[in-house]
Each structure stands twice: as C-alpha cells, then as structure tokens.
Design a protein around this ligand. Structure first.
Ligand SMILES: C[S@@+](CC[C@H](N)C(=O)[O-])C[C@H]1O[C@@H](n2cnc3c(N)ncnc32)[C@H](O)[C@@H]1O
Length: 409
C-alpha cells in the first residue's frame, strides 16, 4: 500500500544554496567551502552560490568560519506591484518547510525597486504566509521579530523578488563565546576571513599587539584545535534549520559527536595577544574560557610603544602579526598618528621577517607606519569602509622605510 504523503521533503534533491559573507571575503569563503566538501562554489557579490543537500547545508552552518548566513532560495518572481509581491509569496507551499506553530520573522531588503519600504515588503510577505496556513489549517503562525523559529529573507532587486529561508537563524558570527567586548570589536566571521587572507595557519606564530576582546586570537586557537565554530551554538541557541520539517535531531547529534571527537586537545599553538587596557584583556580571557581555548593563548598588558616580540623562542615558525588598530573615533588625530608611528617602529624593530596584516579604516593615518604595503584589499568592517594592508617586514636594516603608493591586487 502506498503511504499517503502529506509532506514531501524539499531536500529530496540537491537545491541551490546561497552563502553570504562580508565583501572582500568571497574568494576565501569559496576555498573554505571546498575544504568542507562543496564540489563547486561560485563566488559572487558578498557571497557564494552552490548546490547542496540538507547534510551539506547543516555542515556549512556548523563548520564554516567565514560565512555570515546560509540562505535557501525557495521562490523568485517579478514584484513590481503589491499584487505580484503578494501573489508570488502566496504560491509558495510554506507548509512543506515548517509547521503553523512556528514563529516567523521576515528580513526584507530592496534595491532600485518600486517597493523600497522594507516594513511594507515584510508585511505583504507575512500576509501571504499567514493566508497560506489559514487556508490549509484554519490557523496562522505568529510573528516574533527577536527570536523567531523561522527567518524568511525577502530581497527585491530591480523589481525581482527572491524569497529564501534563512537556515542559520541568527547570523553565524554569533558563536556564543564573545559575551564581553571591548571597544570596536571585529566580527568573528570577519576575523576568521582575515586570518585566511593573511595566510596564517596552525603552526605559525600569531601576535595581535592590540587584541582587545581577542577575536583574532580566539578564532585562531579554535582553528588550531580543530574546534568547529558552531559546535557550542548547536547545543545552545541552535540554528534556523533545526526548526524545519525533516530535521533529523538524532543524526545531527551523531554528527556533533564526531566533530567533538575531532577536537585536538593537545594543540599547542603559538598565539600571543597584548593590549594596554588590562580590563579588556580580562574580558578577552573570559571569552577564551567560554570558547574553551584559554590555555592556548598568552597575553600581557603592554602598550604598543613597549612592544616586544613574545615569540623569540619560536624563531623557526612563520610569524604573523594580525591586528585591527583603533580607527580614531575615540582618539585625537595627533594621538592616532603617534600610535601608528609607534606600531610601525615596533614592527620594524621586533618583528623582522614577519608578515603583518592590518585592517585599517580608509581614514586612518596608516602612512605613519612608515612601511610600504605589498598588497592592499578593500574590506568593510560593518559600516566602515576599510583596507586590509599586508606588509612583509624586512629583517633589521633592510626594510623599506617610506610608504609610496600602496600596491593593489
Ligand atoms: C579596535 S580595538 C581591537 C578590537 C579587537 N580586534 C577585538 O576584536 O576586540 C583596538 C584596541 O587597541 C587597544 N589600544 C589602543 N591604544 C593602544 C596602545 N597604545 N597600546 C596597546 N593597545 C592599544 C585598545 O585598548 C583596543 O582594545
């Protein structure tokens, strides 16, 4: 007898998946996805597209260090009028994906389109979803803007609407360890992307002389100990896909157990941080404890002007200095210029042979470093347009002292 199927798994075949990231990280995200088993990852603007099944989608959510969110497009259609915007969303078989008891929220965005009011777009899509469920079940899902079970992403670009389910839920940089922050912390996913762009690998020395709440250091320690970035979140706050129909909780738990077994407990990476603010270092230490990597990072309270190489006994290892110095929001211009000069002097006198990678704002006085970057790349740190500068610091006596025009790649 054939069993009546009231629900058909939308993942019975591989589907298109779209993974978002910060602008400038598309290439390193695509490479990371290949290491996670994606056969073909295609970089595009602020993201990467691929085809994958449910297991791959779950794996990327838990194991990608660079992805911001992972979207599953479920409909696309012209949406130049309210009727068309509603009609396209009304045609989606929402009850294949989630139950009426789930709470929902719609993130809308619009670019060069008839409808540019994101609140209006979200309202129309929500009405279509509620009408779908009311017809099917006589009930409708409730909206929860803060902590919904199901997040729906509506993006309209030149009157073309793409509706996607957000399999991540909350954005992936929220790993769960960074409860306490200093001034201007960098996002965890951006820090992981910068480590990849810098070419830092486990076994290399890493030094962040202005480490603040320690995002570069903690991300590096998690990489060195092979600790999946989403492991704690999977057991805590969770991911959006865990609320979808067809989610197999037992198989997922088995997968998490294999990830835990792969953690390298005897890892001894050479990871060092400094900051002149003792209280921010204490926050960093508590964050590292929450991420279970506190034993892998050494820190000291030290101003840049007194910077010393803490890794002299690891002279054989490749050395990376990676940092995001203050951009100047809280410092007078002359203090900021002095700080960049001190940092440049410290790099030249203490870190000959190292590769230094600094994320600085467009406005910051990076020419005061007195070093010529071998590469610059545009990046955004949240709303701030930035540059990632790479310096090959020459051994004492042979460094380039004045920045000319920065090279571009
Ligand atoms: C932009 S924040 C770094 C944020 C860090 N990457 C994070 O994710 O939390 C810059 C840091 O530089 C530190 N700092 C400012 N002036 C300094 C100095 N002269 N010596 C050492 N650290 C300094 C600040 O205390 C602050 O924590």
């Amino acid at each position: 007898m054939t069993q009546k199927r009231s629900w058909m798994d939308p993942f019975r075949k591989a589907r298109p998946i779209y993974i978002t990231c910060d602008g400038g990280l598309e290439g390193v995200l695509a490479r990371e996805l290949e290491t996670l088993g994606v056969p073909e990852a295609i970089p595009s603007h602020r993201g990467v597209g691929l085809f994958g099944n449910r297991q791959l989608l779950q794996r990327i959510n838990v194991e990608s260090r660079i992805a911001n969110r992972i979207l599953v497009p479920i409909a696309e259609y012209p949406a130049d009028t309210r009727e068309r915007l509603y009609g396209g969303a009304r045609k989606v078989d929402w009850s294949r994906w989630f139950k009426v008891d789930a709470t929902i929220s719609i993130d809308a965005s619009s670019h060069k389109s008839e409808h540019d009011h994101t609140g209006f777009i979200a309202q129309v899509i929500k009405d279509a979803i509620c009408d779908h469920f009311r017809d099917k079940t006589g009930r409708r899902p409730s909206v929860d803007r803060l902590a919904p079970d199901i997040r729906i992403n509506a993006r309209i670009d030149r009157n073309h609407c793409v509706l996607s389910l957000d399999s991540s839920g909350d954005r992936l940089h929220r790993r769960g360890y960074r409860v306490e922050i200093g001034q201007a912390p960098i996002k965890e996913t951006l820090a992981a992307g910068i480590l990849a762009l810098a070419g830092w690998q486990p076994g290399d020395v890493l030094i962040d002389p202005m480490c603040g709440s320690g995002t570069f250091l903690i991300e590096a320690a998690m990489i060195a100990s092979n600790r999946a970035p989403g492991l704690d979140r999977a057991r805590g706050q969770g991911f959006g896909f865990m609320n979808w129909l067809g989610f197999d909780a037992m198989a997922f738990e088995d997968y998490l157990t294999t990830l835990e077994e792969r953690i390298i407990h005897e890892a001894r990476p050479q990871i060092f941080g400094a900051d002149n603010n003792r209280s921010v270092l204490e926050k960093m230490e508590r964050n590292a404890e929450r991420a279970q990597v506190a034993g892998l990072i050494e820190t000291e309270t030290c101003a840049v002007v007194d910077l010393r190489n803490p890794a002299t006994e690891h002279a054989d290892a490749a050395m990376h200095v990676i940092s995001n110095p203050p951009y100047g929001e809280r410092l007078k211009p002359e203090h900021l210029e002095r700080l960049y000069r001190q940092l440049g002097d410290g790099l030249k006198s203490e870190f000959g042979g190292a590769i230094a990678t600094l994320i600085v704002s467009e406005e910051s006085p990076h020419r005061n470093l007195g070093l010529a970057p071998s590469k610059t790349r545009k990046l955004r740190n949240g709303a701030i347009p930035c540059r990632l500068l790479r310096f090959e610091v020459f051994k004492k006596g042979s460094f380039v002292t004045k920045s000319k025009r920065p090279a571009r790649d």
